[in-house]
Design a protein around this ligand. Structure first.
Ligand code: PEP
Ligand code: MN
Length: 357
């Protein structure tokens, strides 16, 4: 009995060996076909041809395998063959480090992001008035910060909540930024507003709710100002990378990725900060990566530890919201810092930044 099993097993090994050789022999022919197709400029995938090959299997199959099983196995062989025809470089996305090993440096009015230096993007959730923005800007300037955020077009869950001041908000941001020598990052919701907004903003933010607004992404890819792209509320890292690819594919490589927490079953925080997304994105892409600690945690008491974690894990920057009087803020009142808290935040967090900036 044991002898018989051994004999059968040896037989299997011989057959596997033959299959292996045949598969590789097939692969060599496939590669030759690939070269011919490339020369002739013909598309590699040919559904008519593939259907014919599957029909041949059905015609010749005498069992014991079901035809559908064999067709499934052959489909896998066809797929692997197609992949063999594409070289690794062609398969890689434009955002991928495989395509471009060195870091992309995003230049925001002379501030270089992506060099290893760590930055802070601070400012109110929403622009409410000149005075409100001015107070935050002065506090930022006193701290030597240059990158100010502020929402003029606000993507609110409820249509009855404050929607932002629109273009007027952008004008306020620009005026204060010019007075205090800061750069402005602000969200644009509608592709039709992009052109006019470019008169005021230095970086266009595409928010979490719009990460897969493909028309907006394509338009953002055509402009010559940097884009801060936030991760979608429930987007995988792969989907996030594809969203950035939409922008890059149109020619704009000045993209900063921003992890801002994702939706999970956890209710202790507003979202769940996916901290490991930072090193994954740094590894997989050549783009700078920031972490928004305000929207990811939704908790003022977690801003400092979350920011420390972001810097420790290699983020190129941290975003957080600051308001002169958060208690009366028109949006995100629970998690914005006031100015003394902002100063304390920076003092604490800067101890952990690789380079203070
Ligand atoms: C914001 O940064 O103002 C904002 C609305 O964030 P998110 O798109 O990440 O929710
Ligand atoms: Mn906010």
């Amino acid at each position: 009995m044991a002898k018989e099993l051994e004999t059968l097993r040896s037989e299997i090994e011989v057959i596997d060996h033959e299959i292996l050789e045949l598969l590789n022999k097939r692969a060599t022919v496939v590669q030759e076909i690939g070269k011919l197709k490339e020369m002739q400029g013909v598309k590699r995938f040919d559904p008519v041809r593939e259907r014919k090959l599957l029909n041949i299997i059905a015609e010749h199959n005498k069992g014991p395998f079901e035809t559908s099983t064999l067709q499934y196995i052959f489909k896998q062989i066809f797929k692997a063959s197609l992949e063999l025809q594409e070289d690794d470089n062609r398969k890689a996305l434009l955002v991928s480090r495989k395509k471009k090993p060195e870091n992309t440096i995003v230049d925001v009015k002379g501030v270089a992001i992506g060099t290893g230096e760590q930055h802070f993007v601070m400012g109110p959730c929403a622009v409410e008035s000149y005075d409100q923005v001015k107070q935050v800007a002065q506090a930022m300037k006193a701290q030597g910060l240059k990158l100010m955020r502020g929402g003029a077009f606000k993507p609110r869950t409820s249509p009855y909540d404050f929607q932002g001041l629109g273009m007027e908000g952008l004008r306020i941001l620009r005026q204060v930024a010019d007075e205090e020598n800061l750069a402005i990052i602000s969200e644009i919701l509608n592709p039709n507003d992009l052109e006019e907004a470019l008169n005021y903003v230095d970086v266009v933010q595409i928010g979490a709710r719009n990460m897969q607004n493909f028309e907006l992404l394509k338009e953002a890819g055509k402009i010559n100002k940097p884009i801060l792209l936030k991760r979608g509320l429930a987007a995988t890292i792969e989907e996030f990378m594809y969203a950035a690819e939409y922008i890059l594919a149109q020619g704009n490589d000045q993209i900063i990725l921003c992890e801002r927490g994702i939706r999970t079953y956890e209710r202790a925080t507003r979202n769940t900060l996916d901290i490991s997304a930072v090193p994954i994105l740094k590894k997989e892409t050549h783009l700078p990566v920031m972490v928004d600690v305000t929207h990811s945690t939704g908790r003022r008491d977690l801003l400092i530890p979350a920011a420390k974690a972001a810097l420790a894990i290699g983020a190129d920057g941290v975003m957080a919201e600051v308001h002169p009087d958060p208690a009366v803020a028109l949006s995100d009142s629970a998690q914005q810092m006031n100015i003394p808290q902002f100063n304390e935040f920076l003092e604490e967090v800067r101890k952990h930044a690789v380079v203070h900036a």
